[in-house]
Design a protein around this ligand. Structure first.
Ligand code: GDR
Length: 315
């Protein structure tokens, strides 16, 4: 069985590749942009150079690989960048998804295709609407959120129009080793690691500390993706998350304790967003029922591993 991963050099993509390599009978293929660095991947992955924004490269790769599974994880994934570069975000996340769907329709019509949606699709959520089920209205608060709604709906429509086996996951936040340094958990862990190593002033500058997020370990998340393509029903979205939320201020306190350093935390308006999703708490009952998944790695362990990862890299 061949699995093709878009975004294989990224955070979730590299963890998924690691997970699939350890499964029996799966040959792992990945699409990498010509300029992307391969930082994390193990040797037994088949790389194909291409770009989801370039339909011809995607058509060639899907025709050549003929995958049984496609995991579409490539995207512009940093929410703040979507205000600075909305067209880039919309093109990559919407047209890029359409390109994957077109290529699958033409050359791998029997493949099971995961479209990686996001809790950011829900956007504005009232406290009494938490935990969030899939029936919650989609009220995105960023161009990124809008792009993920569109990709999600394109997947649903392709399933209805052509009968493609589209599995739609709406992942809530996930983190762990390899998390990009601009995302909040890594930003905090990296700065504390620098302070611990004596390489930075003992100050952290953050944005909205009141936002509540539901964090899953990336290693639990990619296991969920594999279960999703094997056990979920095509054409309908599934939420994936733990159901437990922490404010960013609580996340800071946990990492501060792990790092065991003295540091001052400041709020800096430059890290505030034009509109921020206040509270995201996942109801993943439908997904758990379909797959039997539950998260296994406690949040404290995830944060410890993330901190250790940064200490190791920055030594
Ligand atoms: P998010 O992740 O936008 O939820 O999207 P991020 O880690 O960037 O922010 C989480 C929350 O922390 C607040 N925050 C800060 N965020 C950043 N990046 N930097 C700061 O200094 C800071 N201070 C406070 C944010 O305002 C926000 O409330 C992630 C991405 O991986 C998406 O691609 C994915 O779809 C969703 O998770 C689910």
């Amino acid at each position: 069985m061949k699995a093709l991963i878009t975004g294989i050099t990224g955070f979730a993509g590299s963890h998924l590749a690691d997970y699939l390599i350890d499964q029996e009978g799966i040959e792992v293929h990945g699409i990498k942009r010509p300029r992307s660095r391969i930082e994390f991947l193990r040797y037994d992955v088949n790389y194909h150079e291409g770009d989801i924004n370039d339909l011809s490269s995607i058509l060639d790769i899907v025709e050549e690989v003929e995958p049984e599974y496609i995991f579409h994880l490539a995207s512009q994934s940093f929410v703040p960048l979507s205000w600075k570069a909305p067209r880039h975000t919309l093109t990559t996340n919407i047209i890029g998804t359409q390109n994957i769907l077109d290529a699958a329709h033409r050359y791998a019509p029997k493949a099971t295709i995961q479209i990686a949606g996001s809790s950011e699709e829900y956007g504005l959520v009232d406290p009494e609407e938490c935990p969030i089920t899939e029936q919650q209205p989609l009220r995105p608060l960023s161009p990124y959120g809008v792009s993920k709604v569109a990709a999600d709906l394109l997947g649903q429509q392709c399933h209805r129009s052509y009968g493609l086996q589209i599995i739609i996951t709406r992942a809530f936040n996930h983190t762990g080793p390899r998390r990009g340094e601009q995302f909040v958990t890594s930003k905090i862990a990296r700065q504390l690691a620098l302070i611990k190593l004596g390489k930075a002033e003992p100050v952290l500058e953050l944005g909205n500390l009141e936002a509540v997020r539901d964090f899953t370990d990336a290693r639990d998340m990619v296991r969920a993706y594999w279960l999703a393509v094997n056990r979920c029903q095509p054409g309908i979205p599934y939420n994936i998350g733990t159901g437990t939320g922490y404010t960013i201020s609580q996340v800071f306190s946990k990492l501060y304790k792990i790092a065991d350093v003295k540091a001052e935390m400041k709020q800096d308006p430059q890290y505030m967003r034009p509109s921020d999703v206040p509270r995201l708490l996942c109801d993943s009952t439908a997904f758990r029922y379909a797959t039997g998944w539950k998260p296994e790695i406690p949040f404290e362990q995830t944060l410890q591993d993330l901190f250790d990862y940064w200490v190791e890299r920055l030594k």
